[in-house]
Design a protein around this ligand. Structure first.
Ligand code: DLL
Length: 433
C-alpha cells in the first residue's frame, strides 16, 4: 500500500527542512506578535523572531515544561479565541491541575491527517474494521483514532475501554481486523478470550494492533504477535501535542514523526544539550502548525533515541525508537537507574512467566528494596511438574543481570495480579518522597 500523502511523506529531506523552517519562522513571528505570554517568555530569554534565521536556531528558544500548563490553567496558553475552538480535551492531572488542550478546526484536521498517514503506514485502510478500544471522552486516544480511521475509509467500532467480554463478541461478530488499545489492555483481552474459549488467532479476523499510550517492550511485541497471529505497531502521542499522532510503518523499525507537523529534538535531560542520533535522551517537540495550543520546544519527559539512517519504506521524515520510559518513571534503586520497561523486557525473555507483573519499592533500613511480583505463564506448565524454587531463582538471576541491582522475586498464580483497561500502573513506590 502506498503512503497516504506521498507528496509530503516522501519529499526530499532538504525540501522538508525548508518547509519546517518556513513553518517555524511563521509560528514564532505569530506568537511574538499576538501572544503576551510567548512574547514575554522570548523577551526574558533574550530572543527575538529576527534571531530565527535557520532551523537550527530553534535551540535559541526557551523550553516549555509540563508545569507551564498547570501554571496557566485552564486556557492562558491558548492562542486562538474561544469562538474559534471546536473541541477541548483534558488530560488527567496525576499531580496538581489537569491540562486543557483546545483545538481549532484546522488543528483537528491536522491531527486527523497525521493519523491517516500513520494508520496507512501500518497497512490499515479501506475495508478494515477498526475496533477503537482506547477511552473515548476527555482522553485523546478514543476520538483521535476514531477520526483517523474514518478518514482512511475504514469502518470504526467505537468500543472504548472496558466490558471486555463484549469487546471479544464484537470482534467476532463484526469481523474486526484491527484493534487500537493499550498493550496491557490487549493482553487482558487475550486472557479473557482464552477463558471464554475463544482463540484470537484462530477464531477472529484480527490482523493488526495499534498499541501505545504506555511504554511496552520489543519482547512484548514478539509475544503478542506470536500468540495472536497479528502484527503489532507502536503508536505515540501525548495529550499536549493533540493526542496519538505517530506510528511505525510496516518495517517496524522506529516511529515516523511527521516533520511538517512536529519538529523534534533529543536533549540531555539534565543539561538540555542537544544530543546526536543514536544517543538516548528526552524528546522535545515543537508543533509547527498548531493554531489554538502551540507548543514550542516542549519537553515531553519521554526518553528515546533519534534514528539516523532513512527508513527503507521510502518515507523521509525523522524517526525515533520506541519510548523506553519517562524521566519521572525512572526508579533510582541504591543509586542505579531502573525503568519498568527494562523489567518487562527481561521478564518476557523467559517463557516460564507472563507479562503481568508489579513492582514494589520499599526502604528496608537504609537500603532500597525492589520486589518484582510476576505471574507464572500457565501455558508453560500444562503438561509438566514445575519447580517453583528453580523458576524463582532463574527470574531473579535474569533480572539482576539485566538491571544490575538485586531483586526479590515473588511468583504469583496466573490471573492473580491486577489487570488494566487503560494505562497500566505497575509500580508501587512505598519510599518516603
Ligand atoms: O496517552 C495519547 C495516546 C493515546 C498515545 C493513544 C497513544 C495512543 P497522555 O495521556 O497525555 O496521552 O499520555 C502521554 O504517555 O508522554 C508517554 O509517556 C506515554 N506514551 C504514549 N504513547 C506511548 C508509547 C496519550 N507508544 C504519555 N510508548 C507520553 C511509550 C507512550 N509511552
Amino acid at each position: 500500500m502506498t503512503a497516504w500523502d506521498p507528496r509530503i511523506e516522501e519529499m526530499p529531506v532538504e525540501a522538508l527542512k525548508k518547509l519546517q523552517f518556513r513553518y517555524l519562522k511563521t509560528l514564532i513571528c505569530r506568537l511574538y506578535s499576538f501572544s503576551d505570554l510567548y512574547r514575554n517568555r522570548m523577551d526574558e530569554s533574550g530572543v527575538h523572531p529576527d534571531d530565527i534565521q535557520s532551523l537550527a536556531d530553534v535551540t535559541k528558544l526557551p523550553f516549555m515544561v509540563k508545569s507551564d500548563f498547570r501554571d496557566n490553567y485552564p486556557d492562558k496558553m491558548f492562542t486562538a479565541p474561544q469562538d474559534e475552538l471546536v473541541r477541548y480535551h483534558v488530560s488527567s492531572g496525576t499531580t496538581g491541575k489537569p491540562t486543557v488542550v483546545g483545538y481549532t478546526q484546522n488543528d483537528l484536521d491536522n491531527w486527523t491527517n497525521s493519523l491517516a498517514r500513520s494508520l496507512t503506514a501500518c497497512g490499515v485502510g479501506r475495508g478494515d474494521v477498526v475496533q477503537v478500544a482506547y477511552g473515548y471522552g476527555l482522553f485523546t486516544g478514543g476520538l483521535g483514532l476514531h477520526y483517523g480511521a474514518e478518514k482512511i475509509g475504514a469502518t470504526v467500532v467505537p468500543a472504548s475501554v472496558g466490558n471486555t467480554e463484549r469487546q471479544i463478541e464484537l470482534m467476532q461478530d463484526l469481523r474486526v481486523t484491527v484493534i487500537a488499545c493499550t498493550p496491557s489492555y490487549l493482553i487482558h483481552i487475550g486472557d479473557t478470550a482464552k477463558k471464554m474459549g475463544v482463540s484470537i488467532k484462530d477464531d477472529t479476523n484480527l490482523r493488526v494492533a495499534i498499541l501505545g499510550a504506555e511504554p511496552w517492550s520489543e519482547q512484548m511485541r514478539v509475544r503478542i504477535e506470536d500468540q495472536m497471529g497479528i502484527k503489532a505497531y507502536d503508536i505515540y502521542g501525548t495529550s499536549e501535542i493533540s493526542g496519538p499522532m505517530f506510528t511505525e510503518c510496516k518495517e517496524q523499525d522506529g516511529i515516523h514523526i511527521w516533520g511538517d507537523i512536529a519538529l523534534i529534538e533529543i536533549v540531555d535531560h539534565d543539561t538540555g544539550e542537544i544530543l546526536r542520533p543514536g544517543e538516548p535522551g528526552e524528546l522535545v517537540i515543537t508543533l509547527l502548525q498548531k493554531e489554538a495550543f502551540p507548543l514550542v520546544r516542549y519537553r515531553t519527559g519521554d526518553i528515546t533515541v533519534m534514528e539516523d539512517a532513512p527508513c527503507v519504506c521510502g518515507r523521509t521524515h525523522p524517526r525515533i525508537q520506541r519510548i523506553s520510559g519517562r524521566v519521572d518513571d525512572m526508579l533510582i534503586i541504591r543509586g542505579i537507574n531502573v525503568f519498568p520497561s527494562q523489567i518487562e523486557h527481561a521478564l518476557l525473555s523467559m517463557p516460564e512467566v507472563s507479562g503481568h507483573f508489579m513492582v514494589v519499592v520499599e526502604r528496608k533500613g537504609a537500603l532500597d528494596a525492589l520486589l518484582v511480583q510476576v505471574e507464572l505463564n500457565p501455558e508453560c506448565f500444562s503438561d509438566k511438574i514445575i519447580d517453583l524454587m528453580a523458576i524463582r531463582q532463574k527470574v531473579s538471576h535474569v533480572l539482576k543481570n539485566s538491571l544490575n541491582v538485586g531483586v526479590e522475586v515473588e511468583l504469583a498464580e496466573p490471573g492473580s495480579l491486577p489487570r488494566f483497561e487503560g494505562k497500566a500502573k505497575r509500580v508501587i513506590d512505598k519510599r518516603d518522597k
